[in-house]
Design a protein around this ligand. Structure first.
Ligand code: IMP
Ligand code: MG
Length: 187
């Protein structure tokens, strides 16, 4: 889809729709192999992860289930990474093979905290799958079982990721023009 509405707000496309499609399919194939004989539970973190998990699960040839969580950061994110669960999982995860499906891991603080919350529920296993890995900004060391793309230190929107709740519906991942991000209050 060519976006007339947004195209003059995007500086450059970082990953095209076709590139995303290919990498998501590859991740799905790998998960299918790794979890053969099992029924993993995909835990998606709203709202950024919704498009990724929807595409990814269609590339996993296993009886997967999906559940959603929503979290918000407490105060300045860089301070602690402590998050508040605003929507908890609907189903228990005890003894399940859980795969946390994230849109992007930046400092890793949010996920680090989320991981503790999930591990306390005693899943059979817990692994992390992220579409984007902004590893240069990492503070908390988190082993990633599956990652789509490495990303330099740029702020991207599209394919579920937002800036002030906008741009999630772009089918590609792109960098916003400078004048759009002048008030970007992001750690
Ligand atoms: P962190 O890993 O705790 O720093 O936080 C990751 C969260 O920050 C993601 O789930 C996104 O909500 C947000 N985030 C980080 N980088 C970007 C970006 O480039 N675009 C959009 N959201 C981002
Ligand atoms: Mg997120």
């Amino acid at each position: 889809m060519k976006s007339k509405f947004f195209s003059n707000e995007i500086e450059r496309v970082v990953f095209t729709e076709a590139e995303i499609e290919a990498v998501v399919a590859k991740m799905g194939r790998q998960i299918t192999k790794d979890y053969a004989g099992r029924s993993p539970l995909l835990v998606s973190v709203l709202r950024g992860g919704m498009i990724f998990v929807a595409d990814l699960m269609r590339h996993i040839d296993l009886p997967v289930s999906v559940d959603f969580m929503a979290i918000t950061s407490y105060g300045p994110k860089a301070a602690s990474g402590v998050v508040q669960v605003v929507k908890d999982l609907d189903d228990p995860i005890t003894k399940r093979d859980v795969i946390v499906v994230e849109d992007i891991i930046d400092t890793g603080l949010t996920l680090n905290y989320l991981k503790q919350i999930l591990l306390a529920k005693e899943p059979a296993s817990l692994s992390i799958c992220t579409l984007l890995d902004k590893s240069v900004r990492r503070i908390a060391n988190i082993p990633l079982a599956y990652k789509g793309f490495d990303l330099e230190d740029v702020f991207v929107v599209g394919y579920g990721l937002d800036f002030n709740q906008a741009y999630r519906n772009l089918p590609y991942l792109g960098v916003l023009k400078e004048d759009r991000i002048k008030d970007l209050n992001f750690i």
